[in-house]
Design a protein around this ligand. Structure first.
Ligand code: PGA
Length: 252
């Protein structure tokens, strides 16, 4: 099954209005100038920038997503944002289960599952993040960890259309370190077969699997050419138009 490559920029907690608008416009202009691209692009700004970025991108092929959502649709959750609010603002995607949420906000698989479910139920697509810590890697636990994360965080309602899974080894995020290409391909194969076990072979073969963790203009071409890598989730290198766009240009 052919899967269209998806390049996602996770801006994390970066940018004032003026920066976000300039960055979004810069990427959108590159897409427009390129005409027909072989890949899709999505940017995930912080909540505060979503409205102005959506307005800036009116008519553009560049999609907008959020970096997290709450497990509930509304209610007494001071400071939180629901999936339906994100949809209402013009988002088409939401990232759930990023390792920075799992580690710094103590999110577990059950919460990530609830977030993914509610996001899908309001019509948002999800980027569900999984990946092992350095200690788990050092104790040869990577495969068990990612399998358990798939089992626990991916809802049975997941489809090839509404779900993307991002494999992000925690030790590779923002460190400049990456697994070898062989390791990435092998883990993506495990992820796909675990998805097949849960959702059936057809759905698993249609779901896009992204690699994330220090993807940049230098390593993107090799990573994106691996058979089970269908795109990238990019943090640091998504904050500069040219760096982000160069990764897009590495798509097969
Ligand atoms: P990085 O971040 O590209 O800066 O390593 C990736 C991520 O956290 O999604």
């Amino acid at each position: 099954m052919s899967r269209r490559t998806l390049i996602v920029g996770n801006w994390k907690m970066n940018g004032m209005n003026v920066d976000g608008i300039a960055l979004a416009k810069g990427v959108a202009d590159k897409i427009k100038a390129a005409g027909d691209t072989s890949f899709d692009m999505l940017i995930c700004p912080p909540y505060t920038l979503i409205s102005s970025v959506v307005a800036t991108l009116s008519g553009s092929a560049l999609s907008v997503g959020a970096q997290d959502c709450h497990t509930e649709e509304n209610g007494p959750y001071t400071g939180d944002i629901s999936a339906s609010m994100l949809k209402d603002m013009g988002c088409s995607f939401v990232i759930v289960g990023h390792s920075e949420r799992r580690s710094k906000h103590d999110e577990n698989n059950a919460q990530v599952l609830s977030k993914a479910k509610i996001a899908n139920s309001v019509g948002l697509n999800t980027v569900i993040c999984i990946g092992e810590t350095e200690t788990e890697r050092d104790t040869s636990d990577t495969i068990n960890v990612v399998k358990a994360q798939i089992t626990g965080s991916v809802p049975v309602s997941a489809t090839a259309k509404n779900t993307v899974v991002a494999y992000e080894p925690v030790w590779a995020i923002g460190t400049g370190r990456t697994p070898t290409n062989d390791e990435v391909q092998k883990i993506h194969e495990v992820i796909r077969s675990q998805l097949a076990f849960k959702l059936g072979v057809d759905t698993a073969n249609g779901i896009r699997l992204l690699y994330g963790g220090s993807m940049n203009a230098e390593n993107a071409k090799d990573l994106l050419s691996l058979p089970d890598v269908d795109g990238g989730l990019i943090g640091g290198a998504s904050l500069k138009v040219n760096d982000f766009w160069t990764i897009g240009e590495c798509c097969p």
